[in-house]
Ligand binder design. Structure first.
Ligand code: S3P
Length: 168
């Protein structure tokens, strides 16, 4: 049974940190719907993120991302929301969307987890050196916005259990 309009839980973290996998499980365990901000943008645009980047550029994508965050904060409750890795860089107050949970993962682990197919879906993960530099600039942004920080090297189940303990 889905719970009534509970506070949203917002997952942040770098590409490949496991936000969608953990998010689905967390949603199931807490009686919330799972929403993926990137998937909302793709569905509204009718095209995948690489095409948006290619055809309209990153600045345009960021404006869509900001718009989706504003809508989520205004209109959505009772959900687990997975954000794109760059959302904390363009949205100042993620708290407006709900409780913010940062999945923290070392860059080496991210590299190991993201195979060629997964990298192809991510325009900003085409060059590993550039991705590492981006990772370094993002760390402080994630930490600053997080209510809860979790080590994402744990299994999705262990992460969800840790979140549940911290929500009590
Ligand atoms: C991005 C992360 C991606 C997606 C876009 C840009 C980023 O989402 O929003 O490719 O700037 O880190 P994931 O974190 O789900 O891969």
């Amino acid at each position: 049974m889905l719970s009534d309009c509970a506070e949203n839980l917002v997952l942040i973290g770098f590409m490949g940190a496991g936000k969608s996998t953990v998010g689905r499980l967390l949603a199931k365990e807490t009686g919330r719907y799972f929403l993926d901000a990137d998937a909302l943008i793709e569905s509204a645009q009718g095209r995948p993120i690489p095409s948006i980047f290619k055809e309209n550029g990153e600045t345009f994508f960021r404006s869509l991302e900001r718009e989706s965050a504003e809508w989520l904060a205004r209109c959505v409750r009772g959900s687990v929301i997975s954000t794109g890795g760059g959302m904390p860089a363009v949205v100042e107050r993620l708290h407006a969307m709900g409780r913010v949970i940062y999945l923290q993962l070392p860059f080496e682990e991210i590299m190991a987890r993201l195979g060629p197919e997964e990298r192809a879906k991510r325009p900003l993960f085409q060059n590993p050196d550039k991705a590492r530099a981006l990772y370094e600039t993002r760390r402080a942004l994630y930490e600053r916005q997080a209510d809860i920080i979790l080590d994402a090297r744990m299994s999705p189940r262990a992460i969800v259990e840790a979140v549940l303990r911290q929500l009590d």
